[in-house]
Design a protein around this ligand. Structure first.
Ligand code: TXA
Ligand code: MG
Length: 336
């Protein structure tokens, strides 16, 4: 029996079919969606985000059965990762099908595809029945939105409809894996880690020796790989615990007010908390940290602090994606 389509989803489908923009929640971050086969609609994404035209977009699909329509080759490696992690926070870079527009791929022969698990994204994709191109729903270079309110704040009237889907469960963008080379290359780390990928890989899936496995390529066309991407407007610094204590000891009045995002209990048991410093207690678990990170950066960025000091996180695999975003948030300011 066909399920009933909620009126808001029917409205979103109608907007997409007319070439409009719909912001949709996914389990990673909110996306700014347009019909991936409509070049005028795709142009609106680039205008709304103020994103350079050669940066490719991820096409979102409802289910694996649609893969053949968008990718020209689905290797055993691609199939293995798709079966293991979709629907979910994984984007695969595959050889594109002939019809795919240059605006989607940035003129490259490959396409980024993802099947999100969020129920609202799933409902929209199923009802729409085709690919929805959707970058994160923020202006170029800014922090990705993890709530509908963030999207409204960032893009406002540039979007025809914002679908409400609560706070994104994961909170960081998907892991992007290039599977066009015969072995997987992680172009952008996410909460599906290299260990997770390794654990499902049968080495029979690799058509080339895995020397370079998981190593990022030097010049990928991934806007998220630009060093200054995902930055708050307030200068941010990533420092070790000791560096922060030293910095705070010698703080000058003109450096205040500021915020400190930290995990170590020492910051919260100080006898005398300095005035004009907001301490934010960050979660100890990497998943909880990822979930809260952009929300907290958004909040702090709206408070006119002179700077945001961030305590560094572990180097272990489960923290790789979080640390990648912290480095990007603090780039340019790290040497100050
Ligand atoms: O979690 C996510 O991936 C979110 C949600 C909305 O799905 N989307 C997202 O999109 O983060 P965006 O555009 O902000 O980042 C997608 C990245 C871009 O940096 C883009 O360059 C890269 O994916 N990308 C897309 N197609 C590609 C391709 N064919 N080759 C290399 N990189 C590609
Ligand atoms: Mg983005």
């Amino acid at each position: 029996m066909p399920s009933v389509i909620p009126p808001i989803i029917s409205q979103a489908v109608a907007i997409l079919k007319q070439g409009g923009l719909v912001a949709m929640p996914t389990e990673t971050v909110y996306g700014l969606g347009a019909d991936a086969k409509n070049s005028e609609a795709l142009e609106k994404i680039f205008q709304a985000k103020q994103r350079p035209i050669n940066h490719p977009l991820i096409v979102h699909l409802a289910d694996i059965a649609q893969l053949n329509e968008w990718a020209s080759v689905i290797s055993p490696l691609a199939q293995c990762l798709a079966d293991a992690f979709w629907p979910g926070p994984l984007t695969l870079i595959l050889p594109k099908a002939n019809h795919v527009l240059d605006l989607v791929t940035g003129g490259q022969p490959s396409i980024g595809l993802r099947i999100p698990s969020h129920p609202v994204a799933q409902a929209l994709l199923k009802a729409f029945g085709s690919g929805i191109a959707a970058p994160s729903a923020n202006r170029f270079g800014r922090i990705s939105p993890t709530t509908a309110a963030h999207v409204r704040e960032e893009l406002g009237d540039a979007v025809d409809l914002i679908l409400e889907g609560g706070s994104c469960e994961i909170g960081l963008e998907s892991t992007i894996v290039d599977v066009t080379r015969g072995y997987p290359v992680i172009l952008r780390p996410g909460m599906i880690t290299s260990t997770d990928i390794e654990s499902v890989l049968d080495h029979a899936h690799l058509s080339l020796p895995p020397e370079n496995i998981y190593s990022p390529v030097t010049t990928p066309r991934v806007s998220g790989s630009l060093n200054s991407h995902y930055a708050p407007q307030t200068p941010a610094k990533l420092l070790t615990t000791e560096e922060i204590f030293l910095f705070l000891k010698n703080i000058k009045i003109n450096q205040l007010p500021l915020a400190v995002m930290a995990k170590s209990p020492g910051f919260f048991t100080q006898k005398k908390m300095q005035e004009n410093i907001q301490y934010v207690r960050m979660p100890l678990d990497s998943h909880a940290y990822a979930h809260d990170l952009y929300k907290i950066l958004h909040e702090l960025d709206n408070k006119n602090y002179k700077q945001i000091i961030i305590e560094d996180v572990p180097l272990s695999t489960d923290w790789t994606a979080v640390r990648d975003r912290l480095l990007k948030a603090s780039f340019k300011k790290i040497l100050i």
